[in-house]
Design a protein around this ligand. Structure first.
Ligand SMILES: Nc1nc2c(ncn2[C@@H]2O[C@H](COP(=O)(O)OP(=O)(O)OP(=O)(O)O)[C@@H](O)[C@H]2O)c(=O)[nH]1
Ligand SMILES: [Mg+2]
Length: 192
């Protein structure tokens, strides 16, 4: 007897209807306070799973809560389903990074463009996440609504090579997050 789970049936239905049901796992990483939770929350079609906890370290002067395990959201864009996992920014939670990076199709390094001292941390994250798996990535120069660094400065500060896409982003604005994710989809599909 042929058995099929509903997920399998749905995949066939979508394929036969000519609708692409590509599903990608995208990691949203970046230094502390760069806007990762905002990015995932702004675009997600479902209620985001967050793990915000009160900050107990010296970073508490910057904001009151930080991500301690992950953010999780899901969005459909142009017929693709994206699973978005935001990482914690504080390095004391770095044991989560490689767990979240398993089976990723791409990653985004979100950088607070106004926070120059964080640029070397972003450079380290690029090296680290590239070493987990060879997948496409881009640098999103976030908080571009605020006066601060230029895209060129973000590129230099994060050591992003000339082939790496560095694009402006406002994580609190849906159209901007969508633009970044469309670019990520393009990078993933260019590799296939
Ligand atoms: N002006 C502006 N503020 C932003 C933007 N994105 C995020 N923020 C603010 O930046 C602060 C940090 O945002 P979060 O989303 O908590 O940053 P995070 O990267 O998840 O932080 P951690 O998980 O603690 O590393 C919050 O006060 C956000 O409202 C943006 O594009 N523009
Ligand atoms: Mg967060």
């Amino acid at each position: 007897m042929l058995m099929m789970n509903t997920d399998g049936a749905l995949q066939i239905l979508l394929r036969e209807g000519g609708v692409s049901a590509s599903t990608y796992k995208v990691i949203v990483t970046g230094p502390f306070n760069s806007g990762k939770t905002a990015f995932v929350s702004t675009i997600s079609d479902i209620d985001v799973v967050t793990t915000e906890k009160k900050i107990t370290t010296e970073d508490r002067g910057i904001k009151s809560e930080t991500t301690v395990a992950m953010d999780y959201g899901r969005v459909e864009i142009d017929g693709r389903i994206l699973h978005l996992s935001g990482t914690p920014g504080q390095t004391r939670f770095n044991f989560m990074w490689d767990i979240l990076a398993r089976e990723m199709d791409a990653f985004i390094v979100l950088v607070d463009s106004t926070d120059r001292p964080s640029f070397p941390d972003a450079a380290e994250l690029i090296s680290l996440f590239s070493s987990f798996h060879s997948v496409p990535y881009l640098v999103a120069a976030n908080k571009s609504d605020l006066p601060g660094a230029t895209l060129d400065e973000v590129r230099r500060g994060t050591n992003a090579g000339p082939d790496v896409t560095v694009m402006p982003c406002i994580a609190t604005q849906k159209s901007s997050v969508r633009r970044v994710l469309l670019q990520v989809i393009e990078l993933i599909e260019a590799r296939r």
